[in-house]
Write a new protein. Structure first.
Length: 588
């Protein structure tokens, strides 16, 4: 343990001397108020400390004490349903002790060490185990079974294990290493946040994370264990998109990081999530969610730590074999915290004042996502998918954070203010968004959704792309200048936009669309286009084709309850052919 003294204070940065025995990234306690901080730079015996609490009132000469350990999180039962700040302090517990405002220097364990949990052994004494093996379970919430794992780096034989009521630090099993040393296994683990948790093998991202949002699943899917960015200007619906993904995505656990967003926006999340019903279980969404709240008025340095804290908790649940979705809202505010600390350290600035290492720090964060085989003797598969919101100033995605993010992520959902103003939600622009996982997952969609899925998706994208070119012609010379086939293309594209891509997050049926229904919706639009194209060739005029009554039913198909979808689809197709045949008959 190293004790130095404060030499200089510059906002959240404290320079301390006499710290020769300390290490990079050690947690330190600053001043007699014992503010928590972390060493981010060393020069001889001088350490630069970023302090995770308000530094007003500090002065040179006060003590700085290194704890000798890096910034770590507590991992164990009690994580689910908790609300932490950027350095995993439990906000609800702090509020009970100190009131609504955070008091500096408060020291409260991240998890409740006095809570009693019922431990159910999964193995018996005598079993050979290694790091990552599951030795028992705890029913943490009605929908989450918390799996107690052997800490990484330990292996040997279990010599005792017993069912019962235990606190986090109680011994639930005793392990004997090969050298005869005995290790007490508890339900609590600690892990340094800046180090990714190890795994056996990273798997190919060839399975989709089904979200029930049509524009995402059909046009720009994200893989299980994939990474996506959602950039968009103010008011374009980033928060609703993230809420929808948290609610409907095929994830067992959701970790939501409110990183530097406005306080009232985070308040919405904190009040809405407990009220949102988990559609799969009927319980509150908080029963499978961990929230990290680090709003824009909280200390800026803690913002930088918050995404590492969140992703470490997410990796822990991934190692249990769960599919985890992590929402980071937003990485732009995190990058601003990096810029501020870099400026205090007097480092050479890069583009727009951001540090030169912005890209590598973003990559280190996103690279911790993935679908993996967890450590342990059994082949347990877990997935961690990361969805990062980006808030470019003025919606300009040419700024450094957006560009650095685009170089790393494989899915880009571009939220468009003009679509949002037209009340088209989700406001994901189909011309500027992309997903690089499509080719990897094509086989999965053809096998599990429908063998014509990829062809249908390709045709939808082609029609939308053609529409963009035709709209320019219409604006220049008017609709009358278009040929009948081109006008039909515009009508089919309008159907795709209004009937397929537009989705009501607050409608009880339309809020979630299973893949089977998404495919049938694609087929309705494409069948209308194909049958009408044939009718045009037989001399039918474009006007009656555009206004056939069946189009109203095609548009309302998305509100059909899932159990009636196939019957309604068959009826609409029959009606479509009947109405078009009548038009062809009149021409004959």
């Amino acid at each position: 343990m190293s004790i130095g003294i404060i030499k200089k204070v510059a906002g959240p940065l404290v320079i301390a001397e006499g710290m020769r025995d300390a290490n990079m990234f050690d947690v330190v306690r600053v001043s007699n108020q014992r503010l928590i901080g972390e060493i981010i730079e060393m020069h001889g015996d001088q350490a630069s400390v970023q302090v995770y609490e308000e530094t007003s009132g500090l002065r040179p000469g006060e003590p700085v004490e290194s704890t000798g350990v890096p910034l770590s999180v507590e991992l164990g039962p009690g994580l689910i349903g908790s609300i932490f700040d950027g350095i995993q302090r439990p906000l609800v517990e702090i509020m009970k002790q100190t009131g609504n405002n955070l008091i500096r220097g408060v020291e409260i364990p991240s998890l409740n060490h006095d809570a009693v949990w019922t431990f159910e052994p999964a193995i018996e004494a005598g079993a050979e185990v290694c790091g990552g093996d599951i030795i028992g379970t705890v029913q943490e919430t009605p929908i989450v079974i918390h799996k107690i794992m052997i800490p990484n780096g330990i292996s040997g034989k279990i010599i005792s294990i017993s069912k019962g009521e235990y606190k986090l630090n109680d011994t639930v099993a005793v392990l004997e290493k090969k050298n005869g040393e005995k290790v007490n296994i508890t339900m609590l683990q600690r892990w340094p946040v800046r180090v990714g948790r190890p795994y056996k093998e990273k798997l190919s991202p060839d399975m989709p994370l089904v979200t029930g949002q049509r524009v995402i699943d059909t046009l720009f899917p994200i893989a299980k264990g994939g990474v996506a960015a959602v950039p968009g200007p103010f008011g374009s619906g980033k928060t609703v998109v993230q809420h929808q993904l948290a609610k409907w995505a095929e994830a067992d656990i959701v970790v939501y990081i409110g990183c530097g967003e406005r306080g009232n926006e985070m308040t919405d999340v904190l009040t809405e999530f407990p009220e949102l019903k988990d559609p799969k279980s009927g319980y509150s969404l908080m029963e499978r969610t961990v929230l990290i709240a680090n709003t824009s008025d909280m200390p800026v340095a803690a913002r930088e730590a918050s995404i590492y804290v969140g992703i470490t908790i997410a990796e822990y649940f991934r190692d249990m074999g769960y599919s985890v979705a992590l929402m980071a809202d937003s990485t732009s505010r995190w990058a601003e915290a990096l810029r501020e600390m870099s400026g205090r350290l007097e480092e050479m600035p890069g583009e727009e004042g951001y540090p030169a290492y912005l890209g590598s720090r973003l990559a280190q964060f996103y690279e911790r996502a993935g679908r993996v085989l967890s450590n342990g003797t059994e082949n347990r598969e877990g997935a961690l998918s990361v969805i990062g919101a980006v808030s470019p100033p003025g919606g300009d995605i040419s700024e450094p954070v957006s560009q650095a993010t685009l170089r790393i992520v494989k899915v880009f959902w571009s939220l468009d203010a003009s679509l949002a103003y037209k009340r088209h939600f989700p406001a994901i622009n189909w011309l500027t968004s992309y997903s690089l996982y499509v080719s990897n997952m094509g086989k999965w969609f053809n096998s599990n959704a429908n063998e014509k899925w990829n062809d249908s998706r390709g045709r939808l994208m082609s029609l939308l792309s053609d529409e963009a070119g035709l709209q320019e012609i219409v604006q220049l010379v008017g609709m009358d200048a278009l040929s009948a086939p081109d006008r039909l293309k515009l009508e089919a594209a309008r159907s795709i936009r209004e009937d397929f891509l537009h989705q009501d997050a607050f409608h009880e049926v339309d809020t979630y669309t299973p893949l089977e229904k998404q495919f049938l919706m694609m087929q309705l639009v494409l069948q209308y286009y194909d049958v009408s194209t044939e009718a045009l060739k037989k001399g039918v005029n474009i006007e009656p084709l555009v206004s056939v009554p069946v189009r109203e039913r095609i548009g309302r198909f998305k509100y059909t309850p899932n159990e009636k979808v196939q019957a309604e689809f068959d009826t609409i197709i029959k009606e479509l052919y009947h109405e078009i045949d009548e038009l062809v008959g009149k021409e004959d």
